[in-house]
Design a protein around this ligand. Structure first.
Ligand code: UGA
Length: 443
């Protein structure tokens, strides 16, 4: 089938590439000429495991093409995917200007029936706006053409996006036209094996499903972080509590890891946007509000522990930081807890020596060459001469700690473990002062 994907960012590129991989003819459209030129040469501008190889393979197979030409894009696909950004406005609501600009383009250039599939995360009611925009644009030109608008939210996780697209746990199709559902069923058939993963519903429910899923996951994390803080005060161990509650299948073990807060481009943005959506319909979403507040507080937790340990004396201190990305297997630092920690430490006069397997360039892009941030090539280099180590991202390379290296490289063996990677008893037995999340400090 012929598919056009507007927006060659994270979602659009993964969607386009995976649809090409199963044999569709995909044309990706983006307004960024530099990005399109890069992609045409098979260079992927984002870090996502497995994506480079897949992009190159499908370009060579002539199933995946890139263009900045909107007219060509609208002419190409029966399916017109919208996967452009919806950055938060100042008030937290999703900015729809890019989505609606694509809708206008589709209305201006379409010559026959099109299925417009929205993949961007958008407020409930956006499909209606997209439909209205296309309808009005067609009307202006005196054209009366048929089209359908579908909400098909994506549930990809950064770092596992290709796998998530190829083996989805569900495909949500929101439409008011059963014929469109059937066409999308055919498009998604290669990903819909073993048992039926396609869940068809009305458009507004599909739009809300996306926010509800992310808000639920964010709630799980904030809930666990709240329990972790409570455990610290009560002298309990949150990791044991986690195992104790996860055993109940109604709760489950997934996504209940306490830590130094959630980050990324999705949870923080989507929780805020849903709060805002609720406000617009006169509903005070108190739980969502609390989820966000708890997370903001949690992102400060390592800083408070560090400040407390050094009795408020942080100027002239150097902190080694392992992990800059908001989670492993990505170079994304949007809303990353590392940023909150670094900025608080700088404010207090400390310096940072940071190591991350892939996000160093991203850190350089965000912070430039500031003196208080040294970006190191190895985890060892980050430790050299530092007063303490803070671990913020659970990259696998950090999991097995070389105790001797920590003891010989740091001025004093102090570790702030923001992801509960290390066993408190083992750390104590090695003579390392170990602060973690929701667990007692052992001596
Ligand atoms: C999230 C969702 O998991 C995807 O399903 C969704 O499609 C995506 O947002 C989106 O809306 O595009 P992502 O932001 O890539 O995906 O990252 P996650 O793996 O969900 O992690 C988010 C944050 O939660 C990370 O900072 C992670 O460290 C934190 N986290 C996760 C915890 O603190 N504890 C946990 O138990 C799990």
């Amino acid at each position: 089938m012929k598919v056009t994907v507007f927006g060659s960012g994270y979602v659009g590129l993964v969607t386009g590439t995976c649809l090409a991989e199963v044999g569709n003819e995909v044309l990706c459209v983006d307004i960024d000429e530099q990005k399109i030129a890069m992609l045409k040469r098979g260079k992927v501008p984002i870090y996502e495991p497995g994506l480079d190889a897949l992009v190159q393979k499908n370009i060579e197979g002539k199933r995946l093409n890139f263009t900045t030409d909107v007219t060509q894009g609208v002419a190409h696909g029966l399916f017109q995917f919208i996967a452009v950004g919806t950055p938060p406005d100042e008030d937290g609501s999703a900015d729809l200007q890019y989505v609606l600009a694509v809708a206008r383009n589709i209305g201006e250039h379409m010559k026959d029936y099109r299925i417009v599939v929205n993949k961007s995360t958008v407020p409930v009611g956006t499909a209606d706006k997209v439909r209205e925009t296309i309808r009005k644009t067609l009307e202006k030109q005196g054209a009366s053409l048929e089209f359908d608008v579908v909400s098909n939210p994506e549930f990809l996780k950064e770092g596992a996006a290709v796998e998530d697209f190829m083996k989805p746990d569900r495909v949500i199709i929101g439409t008011d036209n059963p014929r469109t559902t059937e066409l999308l069923r055919v498009l998604y058939a290669p990903f819909n094996r073993n048992h039926d993963r396609l869940v068809a519903m009305d458009i507004r429910s599909a739009e809300l499903t996306k926010y509800a899923a992310n808000a639920m996951l964010a709630t799980k994390i904030s809930f666990m972080n709240e329990m972790a803080n409570l455990a610290e005060k009560l002298g309990a161990n949150i990791e044991q509590v986690r195992l104790g509650i996860g055993a109940d299948p109604r709760i489950g073990y997934h996504f209940i890891y306490p830590g130094c807060g959630y980050g990324g481009s999705c949870f923080p943005k989507d929780v805020k946007a849903l709060e805002r959506i609720a406000r617009e319909v006169d509903y005070n979403a108190e739980l969502l509000n609390a989820v966000e507040t708890v997370n903001n507080r949690q992102k400060q937790s390592l800083f408070h522990k560090i400040r407390h340990h050094f009795e408020g004396q942080l100027s002239e201190r150097t902190i080694a930081l392992w992990g800059l990305a908001f989670k492993p297997n990505t170079d994304d630092m949007r809303e990353a807890p590392s940023r909150t920690l670094m900025e608080a430490l700088w404010e207090a006069g400390a310096r940072i020596q940071a190591y991350d397997p892939v996000a160093r360039d991203e850190a350089r892009r965000i912070y430039g060459n500031r003196q208080e941030l040294v970006l190191c090539e190895t985890p060892e280099a980050a430790l050299q001469g530092a007063d303490a180590l803070a671990v913020v991202t659970e990259w696998n390379v950090f999991r097995s700690l070389d105790f001797e290296m920590v003891k010989t490289s740091l001025k004093a063996p102090v570790v702030f473990d923001g992801r509960n990677l290390y066993d408190p008893a083992l750390m104590a037995s090695q003579g390392i002062i170990h602060y973690s999340i929701g667990r007692p400090v052992m001596t």
